[in-house]
Design a protein around this ligand. Structure first.
Ligand SMILES: Nc1nc2c(ncn2[C@@H]2O[C@H](COP(=O)(O)OP(=O)(O)OP(=O)(O)O)[C@@H](O)[C@H]2O)c(=O)[nH]1
Length: 623
């Protein structure tokens, strides 16, 4: 113990003295009870109750929550444009002012985000309220004309009536619309499609690759692996029927919400379809088998998904790695939705049991999600609007063989907004995280990854590092930029890209390196301090404990060299200092990560690095 104490003293994390628990300041307190919630499945609840609960009162809370969404939207618009003051105006002047304000707000927001789900005519929405059907028609026409002028299309998702404000007064008409920017000629301009990334997770054989194949190839499955054979990357995957790598597949959607994927095309899309899309949903197909859990973790952390889609086989239920995958998504705060598939195979009582179990898990204290069975287009709209809040858990019922439920899933993908306000990051110094490296004959070294901040253009000069050998960052110039295999003039925060680099050898680059703006003055760190929580484990954790850290694209073993308590057990939280075993890495404080070692799993958040410290070889902790 004495030696541990000495080691602790030597490597005392900076904030250990005043930080004895994982503080909610870092949001880690949210995970309280998580392990317990996922581990015990005793809560009994009938599927019928789930349906009833999800629906009737969902209507009430739906309305409330929608109000909140619209209020936020309107507030955004208001904040951008300034509040609308109608004092002293005649009713007609006020109506015109409100229409004008709505048009400007929509223009700004669609310009920033690329698309917007909006309520027209609702109290917390856009435009004047208390509209008759004819007045709503006029408002819609004005919005369509204005947005058309701005280069965007308006799809009316539904028209509905709000109850009259007073007895005898007429009903008020409201429309839900999706406004999306059209493609513009120059793909590198503001018209580059917006991208939403969805990590597809779930147990082995639950039907993940099949669902991805069915959606992106626009085919139905035969129940014997037809659809998945279209998305496998390696021949051994074809032979075993198991996904082992991370496959990315594109669902291309135009400005009016039409899906452009075509069964006659091998990959479902070619660059021509991508060039015609206003929005691309990237489905990241991850392996379900336990053996590939680290690849799955990399997919969930390194590919910066907006959402996770957890696929559950209706017959098999919540088995195997399903809870583990959900746990990682929850830990990383990636909002999840659920697809219970193969419903063609499941007898009613089995399906009910699967739904009961799933809803039981979702309602556990550590998970705290509201299960919501999606049965109609209206439900899809409600869910798409509230996914970013990360409290609603939509559940879809599908069959990749009969096609049941796929229309709702397609509509959901069409409406699913980006989770992050990426446009707020385009002015920041550029950062690109590399998840794949290729040597392309005639082109040279090409790195693929995600733009985390800023804008990248051909001829930008950035720092590449940490170097494989000495952990330093070296300037490199970007030769060309591709977005989904299309050459483009620029890529912005939130998009994936492939960059050809000038005068860089293939062996000088590895996954986990970054390209950053030199103004950031990046430094690699051997050690970092983190707030961590243990989710599941069989042993206690103490100094010298080793685990593999998955932090965005970084994946490396690290050892605990100091902690603010002597040992950690399941559910405990602590502040620790990790030291990488092989090389220093570039980590940004505030980033969430997962770590695992055998069956032990934990989550954490980087709170500090030793930026600036020389990259020296790691010193073993004295035993
Ligand atoms: N009857 C029926 N069979 C399905 C359905 N979805 C998938 N299958 C079949 O289930 C089997 C497993 O599907 P996969 O898509 O390979 O499962 P997976 O989850 O991707 O598995 P891993 O990639 O190994 O993690 C295949 O034979 C599919 O044809 C469905 O909705 N109905």
């Amino acid at each position: 113990m004495a030696t541990t104490a000495t080691a602790n003293a030597r490597h005392q994390p900076r904030h250990v003295t005043h930080h004895h628990h994982l503080s909610s300041r870092h949001g880690a307190g949210d995970h309280e009870g998580w392990a317990e919630g996922i581990a015990s499945l005793t809560e009994e609840q009938s599927a019928t109750r789930l349906l009833q609960e999800a629906h009737p009162d969902a209507a009430a809370s739906k309305a409330g929550a929608q109000g909140a969404f619209c209020a936020a939207g309107a507030a955004d618009g208001g904040a951008t444009l300034g509040a609308l003051c109608c004092e002293g105006l005649t009713p007609e002047e006020e109506r015109r002012a409100r229409v004008e304000h709505a048009l400007r707000s929509l223009e700004v927001e669609v310009g920033q985000r690329g698309e917007l789900l909006a309520d027209l005519g609702a109290p917390d929405g856009y435009g004047p309220t208390d509209l008759s059907e004819a007045e709503l028609g006029e408002l819609l026409a004005a919005v369509e004309a204005h947005m058309d002028h701005c280069g965007a299309d308006v799809a009316v998702l539904r028209r509905r009536k709000l109850p009259a404000p007073a007895v005898g007064a007429p009903d008020r008409s409201v429309a839900d619309v999706c406004i999306r920017r059209r493609v513009v000629g120059d793909r590198g301009g503001a018209g580059a499609p917006l991208e939403v990334r969805v990590a597809v997770i779930g147990n082995v054989d639950s039907g993940k690759s099949t669902m991805v194949g069915v959606l992106t190839r626009s085919v139905l499955d035969d129940g014997r692996g037809f659809a998945r054979s279209k998305v496998f990357k390696h021949s051994h995957e074809e032979n075993t029927g198991r996904t082992s790598s991370i496959g990315q597949h594109n669902l291309c959607i135009d400005s009016r919400g039409n899906i452009l994927n075509d069964a006659s095309l091998r990959a479902g899309v070619t660059t021509a379809e991508i060039a015609r899309s206003s929005k691309v949903v990237t489905l990241v197909d991850l392996a379900g088998h336990e053996k590939y859990f680290r690849t799955t973790c990399t997919g969930l952390t390194g590919h910066l998904p907006d959402y996770a889609c957890l696929i559950v086989g209706a017959n098999a239920g919540i088995v195997g790695m399903c809870k583990e995958h959900l746990g990682v998504a929850l830990a990383l705060k990636v909002p999840a939705f659920f697809v219970v598939t193969k419903i063609d195979l499941a007898p009613e009582h089995v399906l009910k049991h699967t739904l009961q179990t799933l809803s039981g898990i979702l309602k556990k204290p550590g998970v705290r999600k509201r299960p919501f069975l999606v049965r109609s287009r209206d439900d899809v709209l409600t869910c798409a609007r509230h996914m970013h809040t990360d409290s609603l858990a939509p559940i879809f019922l599908t069959s990749s063989v009969t096609g049941q439920g796929l229309d709702l899933i397609r509509l959901f993908y069409n409406l699913l907004p980006q989770r992050h306000n990426w446009y707020e990051k385009t002015d920041e110094a550029a950062e690109f995280i590399i998840d794949e490296v290729f040597g392309v004959p005639g082109v040279g070294t090409v790195v693929a990854g995600t733009v985390k901040r800023g804008v990248l253009t051909p001829n930008s000069t950035l720092l590449l590092g940490p170097d494989v050998g000495d952990g330093t960052f070296k300037p490199v110039t970007v030769k060309s930029v591709h977005y989904k295999r299309l050459p483009v003039g620029r890529v912005v925060a939130g998009q994936t890209a492939a960059l050809a680099l000038k005068k860089v050898k293939r062996h000088q680059v590895r996954k986990g390196m970054v390209l950053v703006d030199e103004r950031v003055a990046p430094k690699a760190s051997w050690e970092f301090d983190a707030d961590i929580a243990i989710l599941t484990h069989s042993t206690t954790i103490q100094p010298r404990y080793q685990a593999v850290i998955h932090c965005e694209i970084v994946r490396q073993a690290a050892r605990v060299v100091a902690m603010d308590r002597e040992r950690l057990r399941s559910g405990d939280r602590a502040c620790v200092r990790f030291r990488f075993l092989q090389r220093p890495e570039y980590l940004v404080p505030g980033t969430r990560f997962v770590f695992r070692e055998g069956r032990t799993k934990g989550i954490g958040m980087v709170v500090g690095t030793e930026m600036g410290a020389p990259a020296a070889a790691p010193q073993p902790v004295s035993a």
